[in-house]
Design a protein around this ligand. Structure first.
Ligand SMILES: Cc1nn(C)c(C)c1CC(=O)Nc1ccccn1
Length: 331
């Protein structure tokens, strides 16, 4: 079997996040989920979510599904690195992504979501594509959609083809040669932290020379920006007129009119260049002439994160074989 579904930016102006349609239950209930390789819980806004915490999101109502089953006594609670959080109870039900079906997927129903999820009206939940060891369900942790689907897939892979300000694709079970150019460079993944952790071979700022220092980090479709060591980030913003590290806005900002250099990162012998246009994330507030950078420091995080700003410059293969690897190709 295979699956293929669109990854649609939630805002036409800035690539804050991408959502992908999924169906849950019988008859199918369609929700738009944020596919997140940086976590391993599949949770949804639901009939168990207080209405005060729902603002336009679609919800999953297990009681309306003839195939839903309560996973009795099981609960979950997750807090993301940015402080956002959710928790609730668990059902199993039929689940499909782009034609790929899993019969009894654990669906974590939110009974509580933090304000940043309530205010993000276009995201009806998250679909974790990290390693199942990170799943937060108690007393028995649950498998991700990918782990449940793997045995049905021709090849135990999924690919991310995220795009700048336009819809991209998540494919499951196959590698579409039409989506990339040249060869795919595969690098080792350390699954122990539970993320798709790999080591980049270095970086360059604009047309500067390439610094071949290894950078270990995670490929994270659920994070908007790129978070790297301070030395790299300061070297980048030294090339941006008027850039400052703003305590007020919590990161590097610059005049939206500034000229930004592109940013190149290495994977093995291959180099990926993030165009300058991807490196300006968004005005700090609507209509402001001050823009927030797409590259920020990872010093407060504890892990380097290659988020959407970087991933949309490549075609990425998440190879779930044993051992797992990451494949990177230009496009
Ligand atoms: C780890 C981390 N620290 N900081 C500042 C950020 C932004 C992160 C990444 C993060 O929180 N990603 C996320 C958030 C919500 C849902 C899915 N992924």
């Amino acid at each position: 079997d295979t699956g293929s579904a669109a990854a649609v930016p939630i805002d036409p102006r800035f690539d804050i996040a991408y959502v992908t349609p999924v169906t849950i239950g019988t008859p199918p209930q369609t929700l738009q989920l944020d596919f997140d390789t940086g976590s391993s819980d599949l949770w949804v806004f639901s009939s168990h979510t207080p209405t005060s915490q729902i603002r336009g999101q679609e919800i999953y109502t297990p009681d309306k599904s003839t195939t839903s089953k309560l996973l009795d006594g099981h609960t979950w609670s997750i807090t993301y690195g940015d402080g956002s959080a959710s928790r609730g109870n668990v059902y199993t039900d039929n689940f499909t992504v782009g034609g790929l079906a899993v019969a009894s997927q654990a669906i974590q129903c939110a009974q509580q979501v933090s304000s940043s999820f309530t205010t993000e009206e276009s995201i009806d939940g998250l679909l974790g594509l990290g390693f199942s060891t990170l799943n937060t369900v108690n007393p028995a942790s649950q498998l991700t959609f990918f782990d449940n689907a793997k045995s049905k897939l021709g090849s135990p892979v999924f690919t991310a083809d995220l795009k700048n300000k336009q819809a991209g694709t998540y494919d499951f079970g196959f590698i579409d040669k039409a989506k990339y150019t040249g060869e795919i460079t595969y690098v080792p993944v350390n699954p122990d932290p539970g993320y798709w952790t790999f080591t980049s071979s270095g970086y360059a700022v604009g047309s500067g020379n390439f610094s071949g220092s290894p950078i270990t980090g995670i490929a994270d479709t659920g994070t908007s920006l790129v978070y790297l060591p301070t030395a790299i980030v300061t070297a980048y913003y030294r090339q941006v007129q008027g850039a400052t590290n703003s305590r007020n806005y919590g990161g590097y900002v610059f005049p939206c009119s500034a000229t930004l250099p592109p940013f190149t990162f290495g994977v093995g012998e291959t180099k990926f260049t993030i165009p300058a246009s991807y490196m300006s994330y968004a005005p700090v507030t609507d209509g402001s002439s001050t823009c927030f950078g797409g590259l920020q420091s990872s010093s407060g995080i504890g892990v380097n994160i290659w988020g959407d700003v970087a991933l949309k410059a490549a075609f990425v293969v998440f190879n779930g074989a044993n051992p797992p690897t990451l494949g990177w190709a230009t496009k």
